[in-house]
Design a protein around this ligand. Structure first.
Ligand SMILES: Cc1ncc(COP(=O)(O)O)c(C=O)c1O
Ligand SMILES: N[C@@H](CCOP(=O)(O)O)C(=O)O
Length: 461
């Protein structure tokens, strides 16, 4: 399996090089040359597999430059850190299935891919006798999951940029209380988009990237998306009885990484009826799906802060496929976005979009109402991001269809919103209770690329 860039500017490369490259050197995103097919017979044969066994079956189809026993070792180590034996269990509440993705170390879906990526980096670096300086942007969850994926690992430094004061207090503490020597938190006076822009700019400075051996933990890294494909298949196997039943997935969306993993699963042959793209008030992607309107607007702060994003980086991967794998059309679309603040789509393209996706935007009042009523009816607590997806599913997907909602974070990460909605405090897991009063370390900076670059260079030494 080889990987190519959405912008068409690199020779195809193998998996390990793709992991190390992160953002493609031509500014695009890496994708596999083709998607391996999974058949109904294969799906039925996978029903009895544990999560790590299934992960191996799927991931190994995209990786041919790592011996199977080594790949299995990386996968097994990654999922041994989860507190639930099923890793990502599925529960049924109020007519929808809930895919719980928050049983990892930092209580969000990011752990599923970032434990895998942290161990994969460690494996490749040991083999190549190299060091790595990870630079990432977070709206709250990627940062802590990435930090916990690589803290204390030999030969790795990690720099995580988050928008100052715009994450939940628990999310901030999950990052800044990790004071290992290789962990560096930077709080940017700005938005997540500012953080992501600066990270991309550092990667696009190829001399800097090479000199300081930069590595990516955001979903611009293909390994992130790949690891997330697994739980779509796992959930599908839990809620169906035969190899063909169509299932719809409701996905609370910000950077389009999670839902793109679902799209990959669909392209591989997993019977997915619809991918429901659920957004908060930052709804550029809902406007795109429903009206063909992909035009930039300002970012607003909401109760689901991890989804407070305008420019979803993985959208580029989807556009590559939507445009018939034509890198020239991708380049033209991003030139239009830069010049005009929008991308224009043809009617044929929008028909293709609506074949796979539908979308709903859920505002904060509806989010609180959904957390409150769901709790009242079932006793089950939703975090605000999950609530956006559940609300969208209840509104948009037929009640007699198989509906899986991705529960992307534990409610205790957003305790204030949950208490406001239900009138009761969310139970606090020991991992969160332990954060209170711990020493913290974090550098607060302006959204100034030169200053961030200087800080990274000075810290690496
Ligand atoms: C809790 C939570 N839900 C949903 C999302 C949105 O996921 P994605 O950015 O992959 O679309 C995020 C951020 O990524 C998140 O942290
Ligand atoms: N919501 C994310 C934003 C970054 O997304 P990523 O999937 O590209 O890492 C976060 O929690 O940081």
């Amino acid at each position: 399996m080889r990987y190519l860039s959405t912008r068409g500017g690199i020779q195809p490369i193998p998996f390990k090089d793709a992991v190390m490259m992160g953002l493609a050197t031509d500014g695009g995103l890496l994708l596999p040359e083709s998607y391996p097919r999974i058949t109904p017979e294969q799906l039925n044969a996978w029903r009895r597999l544990s999560y790590p066994e299934l992960a191996f079956e799927i991931i190994s189809r995209f990786v041919d430059d790592i011996p199977p026993a080594d790949l299995k070792g990386v996968i097994d180590r990654s999922y041994a850190t989860f507190t639930h034996p099923a890793v990502t269990p599925v529960v049924r509440e109020n007519g929808v299935y809930i895919l719980e993705l928050f049983h990892g170390l930092t209580l969000a879906f990011k752990d599923v891919a970032l434990q895998f990526l942290g161990n994969m980096f460690e494996y490749i670096l040991a083999e190549r006798r190299q060091n790595l300086n990870i630079v990432g942007a977070t709206s709250g969850d990627t940062g802590s999951a990435a930090i916990h994926g690589v803290r204390g690992k030999k030969g790795i430094n990690i720099f995580i940029l988050h928008p100052h004061g715009k994450t939940s207090p628990v999310q901030a503490l999950q990052m800044t209380t990790v004071t290992d020597a290789n962990v560096h938190n930077i709080a940017i006076r700005g938005t997540f988009d500012d953080c992501q822009d600066m990270v991309k700019a550092l990667f696009n400075d190829l001399e800097f990237k090479e000199k300081y051996a930069l590595g990516a933990v955001n979903s611009i890294n293909w390994a992130r998306v790949l690891a997330q494909v697994v739980y779509y298949v796992y959930a599908w196997l839990r809620v169906t009885e035969d190899g063909k039943a169509p299932v719809s997935f409701s996905v609370p969306t910000g950077n389009f990484g999670d839902i793109f993993a679902g799209y990959v699963a669909k392209r591989m042959g997993l019977p997915i009826e619809k991918l429901l793209l659920a957004t908060n008030e930052n709804n550029i992607l809902t406007r795109f799906v429903n009206k063909g309107d992909y035009s930039l607007a300002g970012v607003v702060s909401t109760l689901s802060p991890s989804m407070d994003i305008q420019v979803a980086s993985n959208f580029e991967r989807y556009l590559f496929h939507l445009f018939g794998e034509d890198p020239a059309r991708v380049r033209a679309a991003f030139a239009e976005l830069k010049a005009e603040g929008r991308i224009t789509f043809s009617n044929e393209e929008m028909a293709l979009v609506r074949r796979d996706f539908c979308s709903v935007s859920v505002d904060q009042e509806q989010t609180l109402d959904t957390i409150g009523s769901f709790y009242k009816e079932t006793g089950y607590l939703l975090d605000p991001h999950t609530a956006v997806g559940v609300r969208a599913a209840l509104e948009q997907l037929p009640g007699d269809s198989l509906r899986v909602c991705l529960a992307t974070a534990h409610p205790a990460k957003f305790g204030e919103a949950v208490e406001k909605a239900t009138g009761v405090p969310a139970p606090v897991p020991p991992a969160i209770a332990a954060l209170e009063g711990m020493p913290t370390r974090c550098k607060v900076m302006d959204a100034d690329l030169a200053a961030v670059r200087e800080f990274i260079v000075a810290t690496i030494g």
